[in-house]
Write a protein of this length. Sequence first.
Length: 135
Amino acid sequence: MEWWINSTWTKNVVEEPKSSILFSGQTEFSVHFDNQLEKYIQIQTYGFGHSSIGYRVADRLQGPWSEPVIFYTPQFKHEKEFAYTARAHPELKADGILITYNVNNFDFDQLVNDETIYFPKIVTLKIQKLKRKGK
């Protein structure tokens, strides 16, 4: 097994893999290569509770990755609702990148009595490729 540590692959099994701030705080996210952007794109929720959805981009899978760009904050119906598990679905063709996320509720009674809560939601992200000078 190899680990990505200090910008290089290493077979050092003594040292634990170092965490990356890229994936800080989220257990689920997506990373894929976007042919239109010609970049890797990473999608995740940011925050806990009333969180937002954002992306980062990189020319290489190993990075460096851009700072997060928050592009969507769900509108919650209830104070104790929260969003999580945002991820892209590049396999689904659309005018942009289809992104799903889930909404849940910290209030169990609200969760079991409101059938609109625990179902995936969909948003579309459209990012324009920046043109370089001279092209």
